[in-house]
Write a protein that binds this ligand. Structure first.
Ligand code: BES
Ligand code: MN
Ligand code: ZN
Length: 506
């Protein structure tokens, strides 16, 4: 799939209906809904084609789409809703809908015709490059389909080329350059969108993969394939983990027939690093619950329990193409959680890498146990910030539903930055309190901590658990915990999450 940007006018001028169009091509116009009317985003023209779509009930509401035939080709109108509500998410959703519909209609070439002046970038809500980036992210994510295990792959070859360009409707010269649509900045923004979109799709591929095809050793090989261009990858296997004393991860792994792994990624920028950050990801490649076995229904989605680790993998897939001047570490802890003959048992005590002991009372609360090792490892890297991404508890989605991921942080400025970054990226998060008095809930009679709180209080207990681990080992003030449980399966605009927009039954 090729994604291009052109800073020249693409579309026919007002009144011209004779421009030749390839029959394989979808030409997509972004359209506002305003009051009762439906207007092209630039406001310059309401063509007869749009009037036709309107007659068929197209309102221009965000996420809606109308397709009108024009000779052999198709003109798509995609709604952006009200002008003042347009933001990156609206653009992502619009681009994703266009691409999805083009694939369904077997139109391999898609041309986005952008208006000459979308107020989005004229009125301080963003810049033209950020709008282009959002559109290109949406297009790449909208094209995603997980069909690696389907015998019929028909739709995968869906899109051949996507071009983002300008309408030029208000221009007399037709091919004249659009002011402000500098070619270099526009091309870079579209390319950046492709990097982010592809990274998300890469994570989705790993998350969607069946659990028996992504055991720790298999994922370790995937990790190694990401080495190069400033990224180094070190895999710690079972023997090394024993030597290091990572008995929390080893404990969880005992019920599995397959050894665990801890992966340490490191990205070094070419120039001097301006700071450093560690991303930690929970990588339970299948969570049966262990001896505290999950019910059948609760287990069906537990191949997703490595979404945190997949996010870390995807980050290191993208980093070489992003040119950042920050040193970035990634720590992914990988294991199955299974009830095999030697499984760790309720009542067992394991000792984490930092020397702290944990009484395991519920083997299904395994995420926080393996993260005790991962966070100990991460803190020894002495980076400025630790960001932990984990599918820790279904309680997060009980509290927040599926639209928001839960977030806990011991650093208000970092928390604010992350909330903002999430809002910009269309990955909404909501903060939960790190209440110190909840630490009482995880005091154990026999060990330093226990891995569950008192009945009915489990949401705070998992936060408290990791918090205590970390504060006990004296990590710097910047720590954030981005906790999932439910949202890893996707936000509404790229429903149904890891499976992708358009393939399957949604
Ligand atoms: N991986 C699960 C959490 C989860 C559940 C993620 C549903 C996504 C959707 C985690 O290991 C787990 O089992 N947590 C338990 C904790 C409990 C035993 C204290 C939970 O959420 O029920
Ligand atoms: Mn579990
Ligand atoms: Zn789990």
């Amino acid at each position: 799939m090729k994604i291009l940007y052109s800073s020249h006018a693409l579309a026919p001028r007002r009144g011209s209906r004779s421009t030749p169009m390839r029959s394989s091509r979808a030409v997509a116009y972004l359209v506002y809904s305003e009051g009762e009317g439906v207007r092209l985003a630039g406001g310059a023209l309401e063509s007869s084609l749009l009037a036709e779509a309107r007659e068929d009930g197209f309102t221009g509401k965000s996420g809606t789409l109308a397709m009108v035939r024009r000779g052999g080709a198709r003109v798509l109108f995609v709604g952006m809703g009200k002008r003042e509500d347009v933001d990156g998410n609206v653009l992502r959703l619009a681009a994703a809908s266009v691409v999805r519909h083009s694939i369904e209609a077997h139109l391999p070439d898609v041309q986005f015709v952008l208006p000459d002046s979308i107020p989005l970038w004229a009125e301080g809500k963003g810049t033209l490059p950020s709008a282009l980036q959002a559109l290109s992210e949406g297009a790449v994510m909208g094209a995603y389909c997980f069909d690696a295990y389907k015998s019929k792959k028909g739709k995968r070859a869906g899109i051949r080329e996507i071009v983002f360009g300008f309408a030029g409707l208000s221009l007399t010269g037709g091919k004249k350059k659009i002011a402000g649509a500098e070619s270099v900045a526009g091309k870079q923004a579209v390319a950046r969108g492709v990097v982010f979109g592809e990274a998300v799709n890469f994570a989705r591929d790993l998350i969607n993969r069946p659990p028996s095809d992504k055991r720790p050793a298999v994922l370790a090989a995937v990790a190694k394939s990401l080495a190069g261009q400033g990224v180094s990858v070190r895999v710690y296997g079972k023997a090394e983990l024993k030597r290091m004393g990572a008995h929390a991860l080893l404990g969880v792994n005992r019920g599995s027939a397959h050894p665990p792994a801890l992966i340490h990624f490191r990205y070094r920028p070419s120039g001097k690093a301006k700071g450093s950050v560690v991303f930690v990801g929970k990588g339970v490649t299948f969570d049966s619950g262990g001896l505290s076995l999950k019910p059948a229904d609760g287990m069906m989605t537990m191949k997703y329990d490595m979404a945190g680790a997949a996010t870390v993998f995807a980050l290191f897939q993208a980093l070489p193409r992003l040119n950042l001047s920050v040193e970035v570490h990634g720590v992914a802890v990988l294991t199955e959680n299974m009830p095999g003959p030697d499984a760790y048992k309720p009542g067992d005590v394991v000792k984490a890498l930092n020397g702290k002991t944990i009484e395991v009372l519920n083997t299904d609360a395994e995420g926080r146990v393996i993260l005790a090792d991962a966070l100990s490892f991460a803190s020894s890297l002495k980076a400025d910030v630790i960001i932990d991404v984990a599918t820790l508890t279904g309680a997060a989605s009980v509290a927040l539903g599926k639209a928001y991921a839960a977030l806990m942080s011991n650093s208000p400025p970092l928390e604010k930055n992350l909330l903002n970054a999430g809002a910009r990226a269309g990955e909404k998060m909501w903060p939960l309190p790190l209440e110190k008095s909840y630490l009482e809930h995880i005091q154990s009679k026999v060990a330093d901590f226990k891995n569950i709180g008192n009945p009915g209080r489990r949401a705070p207990s998992s936060g408290g658990f990791s918090f205590n681990n970390l504060s006990a080992i004296g990590v710097g003030p910047m720590w954030i915990w981005h906790r999932w449980g439910g949202t890893e399966r996707g936000h509404c605009w790229r429903r149904p999450g890891p499976r992708g927009h358009w393939c399957g039954h949604f």
